[in-house]
Ligand binder design. Structure first.
Ligand code: ATP
Ligand code: MG
Length: 335
């Protein structure tokens, strides 16, 4: 079992990153240790500048994201934690896979359409090619499982297509097909202001995103002001119907409590948001507050976090080298 996943240092992590990705990683790393595999979690600093980010921000967010991962429970003694830029094989592999990926495949990627918006001609080539670098990130390590939020499912399918085409074109059995692991509890946490949009680092509305760096008061305030409807909560999940805001807040509560929406409705069915929102705010503060405090403590000594990333990169380079070499050999490159 080889688990690989990453997060872009485009900002401080938010509740969606935590519930959809990092929380799963923490559970998985123990399964992986028990089975004698590897889990590898990286900060996707090469992905971050596909949309403009100031250099000082990129560099500080890289350390902050690493500290947040550690504070949330990713243990450098159990998992390999590194930043992508320190492992040049990611870039080298991405180029090789670019020769196999098809333009038609990339044209179907919905994240590019969402992120480029109307200004597609003005988007960076990197943003367009993002899914190929992501394929390189996982194929480079022959990842068997990739724990991600639902929004990354399409990119992972593309990685499988690229792997299959490479293996077929060159008549080799080189790349493992990675399976997505999508959190059942929190596949897609939505914005607190607009339940039709994903909670995202890049969302400019501060109120829409609960960040792991937020103070207790800010967390509570964001939940108190979260958009909702005027109705009481129903007793069963079926009766929720298309109440997207209610469903999102219930999903967050259930995921934070390691419970499920039906159980939460068992307790709050028949009550209004006036009762539910303060309970959710308290739960979120209880779960997220200690992560923030630990992150702040870790960032007191940035050199210690840097040392973790350097050490992780060394291990990652050692695992990447033979796969990159086999890929180059398969293609007939003289290296
Ligand atoms: P950006 O807006 O810069 O794309 P992001 O918030 O989407 O940032 P990423 O770094 O792209 O964060 O994604 C990191 C991981 O978090 C991925 O596995 C992604 O699927 C997951 N993730 C991101 N947003 C959510 C969300 N709202 N709910 C569940 N998982 C999410
Ligand atoms: Mg994203």
């Amino acid at each position: 079992m080889r688990v690989v996943s990453g997060i872009k240092p485009t900002g401080n992590l938010h509740l969606g990153n935590y519930l959809g990705a990092v929380k799963q990683w923490v559970t998985l790393q123990d399964d992986v240790v028990a089975q004698g595999g590897e889990s590898m979690f990286f900060i996707a600093d090469l992905h971050a500048p596909t949309e403009w980010i100031a250099p000082a921000e990129l560099s500080s967010h890289t350390l902050e994201v690493a500290a947040t991962m550690i504070a949330a429970g990713v243990d450098p003694a159990k998992s390999i934690l590194f930043n992508q830029a320190r492992v040049p094989a990611h870039s080298e592999m991405a180029w090789l896979l670019n020769t196999v990926a098809r333009v038609g495949w990339l044209n179907r990627m919905t994240q590019f359409k969402d992120k480029a918006g109307k200004n597609r001609e003005g988007a960076s080539v990197g943003l367009y090619d993002y899914p190929v670098l992501m394929a390189a990130d996982v194929l480079l390590y022959n990842a068997t499982h990739v724990p991600v939020g639902e929004d990354q499912k399409q990119h992972l399918e593309l990685a499988r297509d690229i792997a299959t085409k490479f293996n077929g074109d060159y008549g080799v059995d080189l790349f493992t097909l990675p399976a997505p692991l999508i959190s059942k509890a929190a596949p897609r946490i939505m914005s607190l202001r607009d339940a039709s949009a994903k909670m995202s680092k890049s969302n400019p509305s501060e109120q829409s995103v609960v960040k792991l760096i937020d103070s207790d008061d800010t967390i509570a305030d964001k939940f108190r002001k979260a958009k909702t409807d005027p109705d009481l909560l129903p007793a069963t999940v079926d009766e929720l119907g298309d109440r997207a805001e209610a469903r999102n807040l219930l999903t967050i509560y259930a995921a934070l409590a390691d419970s499920d929406v039906a159980t939460v409705l068992g307790e709050y069915g028949g009550k209004g948001f006036g009762a539910f929102k303060p309970a959710l705010a308290d739960l979120a503060v209880a779960k997220l507050g200690p992560i923030r405090d630990e992150m702040v403590r870790l960032l007191d000594d940035r050199s210690a976090v840097t040392a973790v990333l350097r050490d992780g990169a060394e291990k990652a380079r050692a695992l990447a080298a033979p796969v990159l070499k086999r890929t180059q050999d398969a293609m007939g490159l003289q290296v």
